[in-house]
Ligand binder design. Structure first.
Ligand code: NI
Length: 167
């Protein structure tokens, strides 16, 4: 399975709003498999289709320690949220940058699985953070959008410097 290139902040394609998946066919299942492979290789705990320049509502997540429990959420929608938590986040599209972001502590999310079946999941802690972070991507947001303007400017210049070194 091919690894997919991951867009890097501030690439404007990260701002595209993803459309719902209308037909869960072989190409969607292949994309989910390739995204999971790309996420494990990176390594990361979540990846949104937006980050691989596919602007459809599909995310893959695996917060398991064994890295063998990939979760694919298609057309995810948060039905309810509760409480607040602040955790340190990072993102495969913003390499080397970690900062604190406030998220709901607990969420209820409805989505389609790879078989096209509607699922409802109650998540809290890290899984809740990860789902909120990935759904943000589908809407064209990156976690650094939650940070101050000053921090965002610093992150942009840090990443521009990295790009010059690795180019
Ligand atoms: Ni991310």
């Amino acid at each position: 399975m091919p690894l997919l290139p991951i867009l890097r902040f501030p690439d404007p394609r990260l701002r595209k709003v993803a459309v719902p998946v209308t037909n869960i066919d072989g190409s969607i299942r292949q994309l989910a498999a390739d995204m999971a492979e790309t996420m494990y290789e990176a390594p990361g705990i979540g990846l949104a289709a937006t980050q691989v320049d596919r602007h459809i509502q599909l995310i893959v997540i695996d917060i398991s320690e064994e890295r063998n429990a990939p979760l694919t959420l298609i057309n995810p929608e948060i039905l309810a949220d509760e409480g607040l938590q602040i955790g340190e986040e990072g993102c495969l599209s913003v390499p080397g940058v970690y900062d604190k972001v406030e998220r709901a502590e607990k969420i209820t999310v409805r989505y389609l699985d790879l078989a096209g079946k509607t699922q409802t999941l109650e998540a809290d802690g890290l899984l809740a953070v990860c789902i909120q972070h990935e759904i943000d991507h589908l809407k064209g947001f990156v976690f650094v959008d939650h940070l101050s303007q000053l921090k965002q400017a610093r992150i942009k210049s840090k990443l521009a410097k990295q790009a010059r070194i690795t180019a």
